[in-house]
Structures are given as structure tokens and as C-alpha cells.
Design a protein around this ligand. Structure first.
Ligand SMILES: *Cc1c(COP(=O)(O)O)cnc(C)c1O
Length: 368
């Protein structure tokens, strides 16, 4: 027996690269290309530093109330934490205490497996189909909990209320978490189902649609019973409430609905344009309901495109994983960044076509 046997053996989550330079286009972490609301900037600027001598509101009361008001809920239905990742880790501890496995799709947010491994929660992954679709019928099996990202990542595919309802109908006896990190970009929220299912928990983040990835803010919504279980998990093993500045910034973001909607509109319109351009170049990609696209090209491998774009200082995301290793996940940037991306991809695709024709000519397959 060696002390090394007792060290943690976990494959940690790997985030998109953060290159050590400033002049590059970063489309690899699904960050928002636009800044947060000017009201967020004002809230931070006007924050009275003297307030930092006191501990923050432990349950982020003001922020929770602002979120509850916006979503038409009561404060007892909302929990706020330091990013969805924090909220999810508390949810996993609060809800997944069964011997039966927690179930989620094989292609989804990779933090699920990280949390299960570190918390020693048994889990099983369920394959998505060839088009990356989740079949809700697959989730009618004994389990200790269900986690579905809707829209899903990295596939960008969103599903409707019937889909979520079917999963809930099949899982009356376990907590079902619907991770709505991307729902603001055109997905369908499970919120209307909260009143019918006390075992439903919905998570959201400020990192994507609210342009605040650097602040670490996320929240959960659910019935009073499940939400109080999250508070219990937090208060028993995690003494990191949302800090005072983040609470103030979060409230300012929630209260600026107009800016929020305008930013979403811009990202969605760039996404639709990029989707069309990619398809014209021969890429295959599902319709996205997120702030990224998930694309593959029949003639050029994803890793080659990934490396080529890197030489042009454009960083996208490639996953070295079965089933998706010929796909690229590309975050929607500004229009300018997207134009540069489109230009580089066009050049690459045309070159590849040219190379193929040349090869064919040389080997006498075609000729005029
Ligand atoms: C980005 C993301 C999160 C985590 O967001 P944070 O609030 O930044 O921790 C959760 N789930 C999915 C599917 C995401 O893509």
C-alpha cells in the first residue's frame, strides 16, 4: 500500500484553451462576445467598499428576490450560487444519495461525470442517437437521478416541453435536473412544469446569456422542498456564499431586461448567419438553440480545421472523444469575429476542393 493509492484519481474537467496572448479570436468557451449591461458596470463602480468588511448575505437574499420576481416565482423557489457549476455540485450532493445510478446522456456537459466521480455517485450514461438526439423513453429505467442539459451541449440541440414532460413522467421517484445554461438563446424552458413536478430542478447561469462568466453566478429553481435541500447541502459543507459585489452585479443584470434581450437578439442573428454560411461551405450542423454551433465537414477532418484556425489565431473547441471527434464546437462571436472565421473557413474549403480536383486530374479520373 502506497500513499499514492489514496490520491484522487479523476479525469478533471478541461476547459477551452486560454492562450497567453491578447490578439486572437476566442470562440472556444461559449462566452458572450458582448459586455454585460452598463448597469452591471455601474453597480460595480458604485459599490461601497466599506460593505466588504461584513460577510455577504449568506443566502443572497436580494439576488434571489430579483430572480424570483423576474421568473414569477417566490424566493423559496430560488437558490443562487457561484456559477452553475457550484449550484450543480450542491444539487448532486443534495439529491443524488441513492445506490442506483444517476443517468444522463453520453454526449452532454462533461462536468456531470466529474462531479459523480469526485462525490462517488454511481452513474450511467445513455447513448444519444446518430443525430445526437436524446430519446426520453431511454430515461424510463430505475435510477438515482436524471440530469439533462436542454438545450444540450455540445450538440446545440434544444427540445420542447413534451420532451421534458415525458422524462418527468418516467421519473416520479427521482430528482430531475434540467440544466438551462443556454435556454435564453432560443430554447424552451421547463419553468411551466415546476407547478406539476416537485422533483424538478432547473439551473441557469449568468455566464453565457448575461455575459458574466468572470463573475461566477448561477441559480437553481424548483419546489420549496428541493430548494431547501440545496441550502442544507450548502450550509453543511460549503461556506462560500455569493460575494457581496457579485450579488450587486447580478441584481443589476437581472433588472436590465432590455439590454439582455438586445444582446440575445444580436447573438442569435449572428448564429443564423454563420449557420447558413457554414452549410453553403458543405458543413453539416444541427439547428442551434444556443450561442454556439456544432459542425462537421465531410471532406476535412475537425482536428485539421481546428489546427488550421489556430494558426490564424482563431480558437474553437475540439473534443477528443468518441462520436464527436469529427465535430467542432464554435462559439458565436461578434459579427466581425464571425466574418474573419467565415473567410478563413472558405479559404480552407476551397483549397481542399482544389487539391482534390488536382489529385483526380493527375490520376486521370477526370479530364476534359
Ligand atoms: C457553461 C455551462 C454551465 C456552467 O456555467 P457556470 O455558471 O459558468 O458554472 C453549466 N452547464 C452547461 C451545459 C454549460 O454549458
Amino acid at each position: 500500500m502506497d500513499w499514492r493509492d489514496n490520491l484522487i484519481k479523476i479525469e478533471p474537467y478541461v476547459a477551452g484553451e486560454q492562450p497567453n496572448k491578447t490578439d486572437f479570436i476566442k470562440l472556444n468557451a461559449n462566452e458572450n462576445p458582448y459586455p454585460p449591461s452598463p448597469k452591471v458596470a455601474a453597480a460595480i463602480r458604485e459599490f461601497d467598499a466599506a460593505r466588504l468588511k461584513k460577510y455577504p448575505s449568506a443566502n443572497a437574499v436580494g439576488l434571489v428576490k430579483a430572480i424570483a420576481d423576474r421568473e414569477g416565482l417566490k424566493p423559496e423557489n430560488v437558490f443562487a450560487g457561484n456559477g452553475t457549476d457550484d449550484v450543480l455540485s450542491l444539487c448532486f450532493r443534495a439529491f443524488f444519495n441513492s445506490d442506483k445510478p444517476v443517468i444522463f446522456p453520453d454526449i452532454t456537459y462533461s462536468f456531470n461525470t466529474v462531479w459523480c466521480d469526485i462525490l462517488r455517485i454511481p452513474y450511467e450514461t445513455i447513448p444519444v442517437d446518430a443525430d445526437f438526439n436524446i430519446d426520453p423513453a431511454d430515461y424510463a429505467r430505475p435510477n438515482g437521478g436524471v440530469v439533462i442539459a436542454n438545450p444540450n451541449a455540445p450538440t446545440s440541440i434544444g427540445r420542447g416541453l413534451d420532451f421534458i414532460r415525458e422524462i418527468l413522467e418516467n421519473n416520479r421517484d427521482s430528482v430531475v435536473i434540467i440544466d438551462e445554461a443556454y435556454v435564453d438563446f432560443g430554447g424552451v424552458t421547463a419553468l411551466p412544469l415546476l407547478k406539476d413536478y416537485e422533483n424538478l430542478v432547473i439551473t441557469r447561469t449568468f455566464s453565457k446569456s448575461r455575459s458574466m462568466a468572470g463573475m461566477r453566478l448561477g441559480w437553481a429553481m424548483g419546489g420549496a422542498e428541493v430548494i431547501s435541500a440545496i441550502y442544507a447541502a450548502k450550509d453543511s459543507m460549503n461556506s462560500y456564499p455569493v460575494d457581496s459585489i457579485a450579488q450587486a452585479a447580478g441584481i443589476a443584470s437581472i433588472e436590465d431586461e432590455e439590454y439582455f434581450q438586445a444582446t440575445l437578439k444580436k447573438v442569435i442573428s449572428t448564429r443564423e448567419r454563420l449557420t447558413k454560411e457554414l452549410r453553403l461551405m458543405g458543413f453539416k450542423l444541427p439547428d442551434s438553440q444556443t450561442n454556439f454551433v456544432f459542425a462537421t465537414h465531410p471532406d476535412i477532418s475537425a482536428i485539421d480545421i481546428f489546427n488550421h484556425l489556430k494558426t490564424k489565431d482563431i480558437y474553437v473547441r475540439w473534443f477528443n472523444k468518441p462520436k464527436i471527434d469529427n465535430y467542432l464546437r464554435i462559439t458565436i462571436g461578434t459579427d466581425e469575429e464571425t466574418d474573419k472565421l467565415i473567410d478563413e473557413l472558405k479559404e480552407l474549403v476551397v483549397e481542399e476542393k482544389w487539391r482534390k480536383r488536382e489529385h483526380a486530374l493527375n490520376s486521370g479520373w477526370i479530364g476534359e
